[in-house]
Write a protein that binds this ligand. Structure first.
Ligand SMILES: Nc1ncnc2c1ncn2[C@@H]1O[C@H](COP(=O)(O)OP(=O)(O)OP(=O)(O)O)[C@@H](O)[C@H]1O
Length: 318
């Protein structure tokens, strides 16, 4: 395991504000990352994702818990950990007035490389992140996607085996997000382990090998995206019916229904084989004189997992 964290906790105690209550941002998180994996911490705003990542990256001192990160104890050997990790925060670490090339060369020199080594590493990273073209423009003139790629390249200058990315695609358009996913996968395929945070369901599903879903500072579910969705149920039938309570009661009583949930006037019925069950569902409602307004059959999504575990949709919570 390149990360093995047990019972991580962080309580912020606001200083200087009399009477301000402490904030329990992270309340006992267990988290493992195997070498060569992309693991995502998924959760709504304020769930404790940034705090968890910053603790593991030695930037915030935990209030409790233990962790081994990149082979070293987080609490007793933070310097050793720091040498073996890369961290890209939400703000990135790019000097806007300098070019991408100068940003990277400086980082490489600070890291102890000779001028020639720094130049070589810079060209390697510019090529890997498709930045050779705009490499000599001031970073402030780069697009959001390009700037984000410079920030990630900066985190990789010293070839860390483990990279932390805090919400790497927030604010990017769909095309740039998809490009960045490919580059993160390429890093993983080259042997770099990645722990990232996200509140995007599609990103968690498409990019991450494994997920830790957090809410209010605790882990509510963990597993591969496929495992998590399977746990909830294979299929979900969404129905709009006047008389939601009555319909829910009828559907809940059917033998193949695993669970029924009401979500903003929409009934979501979880079951294993939606195609086969759907006609029976509709017949049962018609038998009770309940007229349908709409019906849709889908595979369960990660949002269904979140809804199942927390009672609310991540779309509302985020
Ligand atoms: N330095 C701080 N002092 C006090 N409270 C803090 C501090 N940093 C974070 N918090 C609080 O801790 C909780 C968790 O915040 P955190 O940033 O870890 O969540 P998050 O899941 O990363 O959210 P976001 O997606 O908005 O970044 C929030 O209630 C936040 O307001």
């Amino acid at each position: 395991m390149i990360i093995d964290a047990r019972g991580l906790r962080k309580t912020y105690r606001p200083r200087g504000r009399r009477g301000a209550a402490p904030v329990e941002a992270v309340r006992g998180v267990d988290l493992q990352v195997a070498a060569g994996e992309i693991v995502g911490v998924l959760g709504p705003n304020g769930a404790g994702k940034t705090t968890t990542i910053r603790m593991l990256a030695t930037l915030v001192a935990p209030t409790g818990g233990t962790a081994t990160v990149a082979g070293h104890d987080l609490l007793t050997s933070p310097e050793q950990v720091r040498r073996r990790i890369g961290y890209v925060g939400q703000a990135g670490g790019v000097d806007e007035n300098n070019t991408a090339r100068a940003n990277l060369r400086l980082a490489a020199r600070v890291d102890g490389l000779t001028a020639a080594e720094a130049a070589a590493r810079t060209e390697e990273l510019l090529a890997a992140f498709d930045l050779t073209g705009p490499a000599d423009r001031p970073a402030r003139t780069l697009s959001g996607g390009q700037k984000r790629r410079v920030a990630i390249a900066l985190g990789l200058v010293h070839r860390p085996p483990l990279l932390f990315l805090d919400e790497p695609t927030t604010g990017l358009d769909p095309q740039n997000r998809a490009n960045l996913w490919e580059q993160i996968k390429t890093l993983r395929d080259g042997g770099t382990s990645v722990l990232l945070s996200t509140h995007y369901l599609d990103e968690a599903d498409a990019l991450c090998d494994r997920l830790v879903i957090v809410d209010h500072g605790v882990v509510v579910a963990a597993g591969t995206p496929a495992e998590l969705k399977r746990e909830v149920a294979g299929d979900v039938v969404s129905l709009r019916v006047p008389g939601t309570d009555e319909a829910a009661r009828v559907l809940d009583g059917l033998p193949y229904t695993r669970e029924v949930r009401a979500d903003r006037g929409l009934l979501r019925v979880y079951l294993d084989d939606g195609e086969r069950a759907l006609p029976h569902l509709l017949a049962a409602l018609a038998g009770q004189g309940l007229a349908l307004e709409s019906v849709a059959l889908d595979r369960a999504t990660l949002d269904d997992v979140f809804l199942h575990k927390t009672g609310r949709s991540l779309r509302d919570a985020a």
